[in-house]
Design a protein around this ligand. Structure first.
Ligand SMILES: Nc1ncnc2c1ncn2[C@@H]1O[C@H](COP(=O)(O)OP(=O)(O)O)[C@@H](O)[C@H]1O
Ligand SMILES: [Mg+2]
Length: 273
């Protein structure tokens, strides 16, 4: 039986002034899949995430998540439904420890699952100065430590996030996204700035997480080879339009994809969000 459709974009256009950043983009993501999104700089990859995660509403077209129309929802509402992402430009709390960064994300999840209680705990905890001794905090700490361990950062838990080597900061962002307990994980250029050895370890981490958590995952990568190694299903964008979709072999042999990459400016990135 075909897996459930987790995410569906239908004829999405996104216009920024005179720029058509997305041009009639449609695709579906199936439950439990690991899908790559590739395309040259400026192709619209990050804009796809910004539309899905509610940073922008599309100029036209729609987005469904498990059948529900989320096109007009705000970012925090979409986050609560279980869509977590990382950012191409890291968004960590640089002066907080790695552990605190993950705990903050895990805390948001607790509030979402038990809104009234979460609020109540927050209030009582601060009123009584229970702080780190409270059982809620202990549980958060445990969860966060588990995730840090999963991404290979257990021994860096107390280090300020901003002082971690770049590759580790990227993995910390993944732990933060996982702390939300998402149903859909979206990684935006997780390998950016990593050396080949780190990229190799990242491959294992992404495929491992995808398997262990049975987590529907989208990965944007500007570099085709990484995606080719880990993603059974790939979508290729160019100038805002989907030009190809299929298996690694389909993509590798697609003349439009080859032309996009050969013709494109493959320099390192600037992005809007
Ligand atoms: N907030 C924005 N305002 C204006 N233009 C934007 C904005 N976000 C993205 N764009 C433009 O949309 C196009 C696609 O950008 P982006 O989605 O970041 O590409 P990619 O992630 O594939 O490199 C680019 O031309 C970019 O300049
Ligand atoms: Mg981008």
């Amino acid at each position: 039986m075909e897996n459930k459709i987790v995410l569906e974009l239908s004829n999405v256009d996104m216009r920024f002034g005179g720029v058509l950043a997305l041009d009639n983009v449609s695709f579906q993501v199936h439950e439990g899949s690991l899908t790559g999104i590739i395309g040259p700089n400026g192709a619209g990859k990050t804009t796809v995430y910004n539309i899905i995660s509610g940073v922008y509403s599309p100029t036209s077209g729609g987005v469904r998540f498990y059948g529900r129309d989320i096109t007009a929802l705000r970012a925090y509402q979409i986050n609560r439904l279980g869509i977590a992402r990382t950012f191409q430009n890291l968004r960590l709390f640089a002066r907080s420890s790695a552990l605190e960064n993950v705990m903050t994300a895990a805390q948001n999840r607790c509030r979402e699952e038990r809104p009234a209680e979460g609020y109540f705990y927050g209030f009582v905890e601060s009123a009584l100065h229970l702080g780190r001794w409270g059982s809620v905090e202990r549980k958060l700490r445990q969860t966060a430590m588990g995730l840090l361990d999963r991404v290979g950062l257990a021994d860096r838990a107390e280090q300020a996030a901003g002082t971690l080597p770049y590759g580790m900061q990227r993995r910390l962002e993944i732990a933060r996204a996982l702390a939300l307990g998402p149903k859909l994980l979206m990684l935006d250029e997780p390998a950016a700035g990593m050396n080949p050895e780190e990229v190799f370890a990242l491959n294992d981490l992404i495929t491992g997480i995808h398997k262990d958590f049975n987590l529907t995952t989208l990965v944007i990568e500007h570099h085709m080879d990484l995606i080719m190694r880990i993603c059974p299903h790939i979508i290729c964008l160019n100038f805002g339009a989907k030009i190809a979709e299929g298996t690694k072999d389909d993509i590798q042999n697609d003349p439009e994809v080859l032309a996009a990459y050969l013709g494109g400016d493959d320099a390192e990135d600037g992005e809007a969000v």
